[in-house]
Design a protein around this ligand. Structure first.
Ligand SMILES: [Zn+2]
Length: 249
């Protein structure tokens, strides 16, 4: 793919970075990323990936926009209430970048469809709000050796994980072997809206670094953001010998 003068102008500020250049920008154009959940995390994540020029983005979400989404789901407005998130997100993103392909999937990910949806995407981003889907995504990424960049938010806190299943290492089940009784999600717990923005943007940061093949020092780690203390902590995620996915074998 060649870079037009217009493309060069649009992406000039990242192309001039010495670690990116024209080669890096072409790599971004040619990348394929799947985002699961177009909510508080998915909105900033999709915005930054599209604005950076990620060429193909799949977006998965079965839900319609509700009034209570608007404090953090910044791609939507009051006029969008009742519309499907994936359709509206696609429409609004094309105002930022028309030259990319967005494939909306108006479905809930389940065991029966996950394989077909994941096909063709190398990097999978999880921004869902329930444990069942989180485990399903983790297991499929592990099985098909994909890169999983996952975030979770609740109240004033956020967690970010990256698992590169192309290499040996831990998975989500390694440190969360049993499904907790209750989902921690924005519906029941509440969410401080900038936390969604910070974590969705951090997901975009990890996705772009992965595409650009930057030296990876974040895989198999968890980053915890505390918005009250304004700090980030990184925690190494070790292999669990009892993990169902046999990560230590
Ligand atoms: Zn594991």
């Amino acid at each position: 793919m060649s870079l037009s003068l217009k493309d060069f102008k649009i992406f000039e500020k990242q192309i001039i970075l010495k670690n990116i250049g024209i080669t890096g920008q072409k790599r971004i154009f040619n990348s394929k990323v799947l985002i699961i959940g177009i909510g508080g995390l998915g909105c900033p994540l999709l915005t930054y990936l599209a604005a950076s020029g990620v060429g193909t983005i799949g977006i998965v979400d079965p839900d319609r926009i509700e009034m209570s989404n608007l404090n953090r789901q910044t791609l939507f407005s009051q006029r969008d209430i009742g519309k499907f998130k994936v359709n509206q997100a696609k429409k609004n993103i094309y105002r930022i970048n028309k030259n990319i392909k967005i494939f909306p999937y108006k479905i809930k990910l389940i065991k029966e469809n996950i394989k077909a949806v994941f096909k063709g995407y190398e990097i999978i981003c999880d921004g869902t709000d329930n444990y069942e889907t989180r485990y399903l995504i983790n297991d499929e990424c592990k099985k098909t050796k994909k890169i999983l960049i996952s975030a979770a938010i609740s109240k004033f806190y956020g967690h970010l994980y990256k698992f590169n299943f192309k290499k040996k290492g831990s998975c989500y089940r390694c440190f969360m072997p049993e499904m907790p009784d209750e989902d921690n999600n924005c519906q029941s717990d509440g969410i401080f809206s900038p936390v969604a923005g910070v974590l969705g943007t951090m997901q975009a940061n990890e996705v772009l670094k992965t595409i650009l093949n930057f030296k990876d020092n974040f895989s198999n780690q968890m980053m915890v953001f505390d918005s009250l203390k304004s700090n980030f902590r990184n925690i190494k995620l070790g292999l669990n010998p009892n993990c169902k996915n046999k990560c230590s074998k």
